[in-house]
Write a protein that binds this ligand. Structure first.
Ligand code: F6R
Length: 590
């Protein structure tokens, strides 16, 4: 959450920073800002409410400078205003800072600074941080001032700091990601690699409790606790810049939906030995937990069902934000399987940190394997989905479904059966994602676009798919979408159904099919409009969205029409499907 980019090098800092911010916009798009320091020791800052996407560099009219910092914001402390936009100056205007995270003891620190005469221009916790640095800076170097400040602040945070003389960039993290990119006579510090991927693929990952000082185009690393120099390993990342672009598509979301033609198949390619080893651990473990947030939590729930049906094994799926209520059940015999696209989700990281203290082994099902979670996990299954830029997760979810399925088949002792079935499903998905199908989805989207509520029903393996469907519709169309286990309908939700209420039913080609169809009839009898997602058209459907018959893996295909439906609902309602309001990708705050 929030995008950070800082630059020092031979090129113009404003150009590199603005370009970087445009690549990072998916992390937050409430407001943005940039500050550069010139060779003559003058600081210049520009900040604006809104997205940076269409802003031209020229219009900023910034002077030539070779060092600077930038930020694209997802508001936490304080509303979406220019005053709250980053970078923030310290009171004497000699230090400027960008920040990602939440300072949990912000109020106490603010009061102390006020007593010392500090006056604040914004409502942000970030301004507290920069003023703490200024206060320490009166007596010590900037590096020491940053170090002392980081000891004072509680919570998960990352900051980059620049002083007026423009000699160095100082950055540090404690719970929020920062990556250092090193190019030809230039250094970048960013919250994610796409910010500088066009210029370099050589990176250093900063870990919690570490600090980087960039001087004259060279990074030096330090331990935050004792200030001593440390060495970090240089890594060459194998992400191609074009993977991160949308090509001929209008939006990343539709591109990423279509990418599933390849990504689902790619996700099947997992290290068999590791699958078997982890499966053995799952079978032996006493209390295994599947942990994730949002759509990844729906994947975890699906995992609970798949493990039960395929491998006759019970695993507990818990939303990471709720996991602390279950900490007490973790022992050295437990296992934690975490699901995350970004590998940076704060609640998941917190759950892992607690688990690790209890010697729990961590298994990650991840897209960004070099992420914080990737580095914390004992075993990583890369989902190979390629970079996902749209805020709403699509191709990562189906790839996570694949890995979860493989793990369950490995636990059953027949990973090859799982692989064979999934390869077949992948090829059938491929055939479905075609322009004719999209046209049909658009017709259904026109029927739904002015509805206030949509309900989604599933049974068995399709219960978590219904949940994921509701998340997709909510975030892209802003229509109230809610999912229910179909059998729960007559225990309350059926009261919501009146004439014309749209209800999407996800039909599984398994022992739930008949019951699902009879639940659909119950809805229809109360006037509900049934949109059936199924390999066959049934008389109860008012509208039919065809999916291939993939037997007991219907969860793999039933999500596809809903992804497309959400996208076209968003388009028809005039939203930007890549940047849903109030949301951001990579939720690095709790
Ligand atoms: C919804 C969505 C989110 C993420 C959630 C977890 O479309 O993308 O619900 O699934 O924020 O993110 P990761 O997977 O990065 O941990």
């Amino acid at each position: 959450m929030c995008g950070i980019i800082a630059y020092q090098g031979v090129h113009n800092a404003d150009q590199r920073i603005v370009e970087g911010l445009k690549h990072l916009e998916y992390r937050g798009y409430d407001s943005w800002g940039i500050a550069v320091a010139t060779a003559t020791g003058k600081m210049h800052r520009k900040r604006q409410v809104g997205e940076i996407g269409k802003v031209s560099l020229k219009s900023l009219n910034l002077p030539e400078a070779h060092i600077g910092i930038g930020h694209t914001r997802w508001a936490t402390h304080g509303g979406v205003t220019q005053k709250n936009a980053h970078p923030h100056f310290s009171m004497n205007k000699k230090i400027v800072l960008v920040h990602n995270g939440i300072v949990e003891n912000d109020e106490v620190l603010r009061k102390e600074l006020r007593k010392k005469g500090y006056v604040f221009q914004s409502e942000t916790d970030s301004e507290v941080v920069v003023n703490l640095i200024e206060n320490y800076r009166k007596k010590v170097s900037l590096k020491e001032a940053v170090r002392k400040t980081m000891k004072d602040i509680a919570g998960r945070n990352a900051i980059v700091v620049l002083e007026q003389d423009g000699k160095e960039l100082i950055a540090t993290r404690n719970g929020s990601p920062l990556i250092v990119g090193v190019g030809e006579k230039e250094v970048y510090i960013a919250s994610d690699i796409p910010a500088f991927l066009e210029h370099t693929q050589t990176v250093y990952y900063l870990d919690d409790g570490q600090m980087v000082v960039v001087q004259e185009g060279k990074p030096q690393f330090f331990d935050l606790t004792n200030g001593k120099k440390i060495s970090r390993r240089k890594i060459t990342v194998d992400i191609e810049p074009e993977q991160a672009e949308k090509g001929s598509y209008d939006h990343f979301m539709i591109k990423e939906i279509m990418d599933q033609k390849e990504t689902t198949r790619k996700a099947v390619d997992q290290n068999e030995r590791q699958l078997m080893e982890v499966a053995k651990m799952i079978k032996k473990a006493y209390g295994s937990f599947l942990v994730g947030c949002g759509s990844a939590a729906a994947v975890c729930k699906l995992g609970e069902y798949i493990f039960s049906t395929v491998a006759n094994k019970h695993i507990n799926a818990v939303e990471a934000s709720e996991f602390r209520h279950f900490f007490g059940f973790l022992t050295s015999k437990s296992l934690m399987i975490v699901v995350s696209q970004s590998g940076e989700t704060a609640d998941v990281i917190e759950a892992i940190e607690v688990a690790k203290k209890k010697n729990v082994k961590i298994i990650g099902i991840l897209n960004n394997t070099n992420s914080t979670i990737g580095r914390l996990a004992d075993y990583v299954f890369p989902i190979h989905a390629g970079q996902e830029r749209a805020v709403a997760s699509t191709k990562a979810i189906t790839a996570q479904f694949v890995v979860m399925t493989l793990l369950a088949y490995a636990a059953k002792g027949n990973v090859l059966e799982g692989k064979r079935k999934l390869v077949d499903v992948a090829s059938q998905m491929n055939e479905l994602l075609n322009p004719r199908y999209e046209k049909h989805i658009q017709r259904i989207a026109r029927v739904l676009k002015n509805k206030e509520h949509v309900y989604i029903l599933g049974r068995g393996l399709n219960v978590p798919v219904a949940k994921e469907s509701s998340i997709k519709i909510q975030e892209i169309s802003y229509i109230h979408a809610e999912s229910f286990a179909a059998g729960e309908l007559k225990h309350g939700p059926l009261a919501l159904v009146t004439k014309g209420t749209p209800v999407i039913v996800l039909v599984g080609k398994d022992d739930t099919e008949d019951e699902m169809l009879s639940n659909a009839k119950e809805v229809k009898a109360r006037g509900g409009m049934i949109i059936g997602i199924s390999p066959e058209n049934h008389s109860v459907f008012d509208h039919w969205l065809h999916v291939p018959n993939v037997g007991d893996m219907s969860y793999m295909v039933n999500i596809l029409p809903v992804q497309l439906l959400s996208y076209y609902l968003g388009i028809m309602k005039g939203h930007n499907p890549d940047k849903p309001r109030n949301l951001a990708k990579s939720v690095t705050v709790k």
